[in-house]
Design a protein around this ligand. Sequence first.
Ligand SMILES: Cc1cc2nc3c(=O)[nH]c(=O)nc-3n(C[C@H](O)[C@H](O)[C@H](O)COP(=O)(O)O)c2cc1C
Ligand SMILES: C=C(O[C@@H]1CC(C(=O)O)=C[C@@H](OP(=O)(O)O)[C@H]1O)C(=O)O
Length: 383
Amino acid sequence: MIRYLTAGESHGKGLIGIIEGFPANLKIDINSINNELKRRQMGYGRGGRMKIEKDEVEILSGIRNGKTIGSPIALFIKNRDWENWKDIMGIEKNKLDEDRIVTRPRPGHADLAGAIKYNHLDIRNVLERASARETAIRVAIGNIAKQFLKEFNIEIYSHVIQIGKIKIESDNVSIDKIKSADKSPLRVVDSQSEKKMINEIDKAKKIGDTLGGLFELIATNIPIGLGSHVNWDRKLDGKIAQGMMSLQGIKGVEIGIGFRAAELLGSQVHDEIYYDDGYKRYSNNAGGIEGGISNGSPIIVRAAMKPIPTLKKPLKSIDMKTKEKFEAQKERADVCAVPSASIVAENILAWILADEIMIKFGGDSIEELKDNYNRYIDYVNSR
Ligand SMILES: Cc1cc2nc3c(=O)[nH]c(=O)nc-3n(C[C@H](O)[C@H](O)[C@H](O)COP(=O)(O)O)c2cc1C
Ligand SMILES: C=C(O[C@@H]1CC(C(=O)O)=C[C@@H](OP(=O)(O)O)[C@H]1O)C(=O)O
């Protein structure tokens, strides 16, 4: 089993991640982590904060001479914006600045429920950690999982398939098309639809509103047998759904054809089996998982993101100090962050799959792990 913990406020000094359980001797390329951080920062529709931050990871422990050594890996990402927030964040002060506190909760954010649950007068104590700034360190951590998965030729791809009401034209998208859309403004494979989506974002921005959307993830070269049917908390689809729902703004997850399966006949949904040098399927509506176990087909996940809760044209709210009607707090914000969310989701999925590999094959060095893995693959090929 691998595990991680993160810490850090959005406008604090920075973000910290501690990872434990990766085997020794895994090659780690810091440029790959930094490139992943850059991918997360891109995407049309983001606000002023992304012009300030230029995320780069600092490795504090657990890696020597480009390889893991088996001990905990500690990572740090600096918040450049910290310089502008030092006073408001008040880490070195011991008194709350009453006239600078946030008291008007934004509908859709963690503000109201968090302030009541944690007994805070200042909603900032909640919003700082609820913020998706935290996803930067999750991406750095996830990229280490991606580098681990590369040892087993497992790759993860993603693309944006819907923004607001605008969808891509076709459901049939090749990996090559997805790869070529990686740097396009919204990470969309079809440039006509992308233009329309950009237009939607511009329109929403003009009226002080926000937008959500849908993205798809595909993980390839997955062996049969990750996850298990035997108990609820070992089911791979359950773990993936939890991982996706843990991402700020995600409100729906599908595996394979997901919700679309509800309206079809069984004969239209289930992926028929044939044998040709191994067990194969005529289709992959299950999205690579049956009974909580990977079945050897690519894993396909879709996630729906709601519109950003902070609006320039603020929604109705209440001042928690006076109980008077007020507009929600106005904060600088993104108009749409679906492309960034898709990158974070790739890295969340990478972590879950790396964890499953470690659970199933185990080992304290990458060499030991690979021996175990290869023996299993030989066994699978003999069935
Ligand atoms: C990459 C990314 C950027 C986001 N940017 C903003 C933002 O600028 N303003 C905002 O209010 N919410 C933003 N969100 C969404 C909120 O963080 C999220 O809605 C909030 O934490 C409440 O959690 P929930 O939507 O999962 O219930 C962003 C989410 C992601 C993934
Ligand atoms: C900082 C990031 O995203 C932030 C997520 C976020 C929120 O409320 O979730 C609010 C915004 O922050 P700020 O209030 O500083 O403008 C986003 O920019 C990031 O992605 O690195």
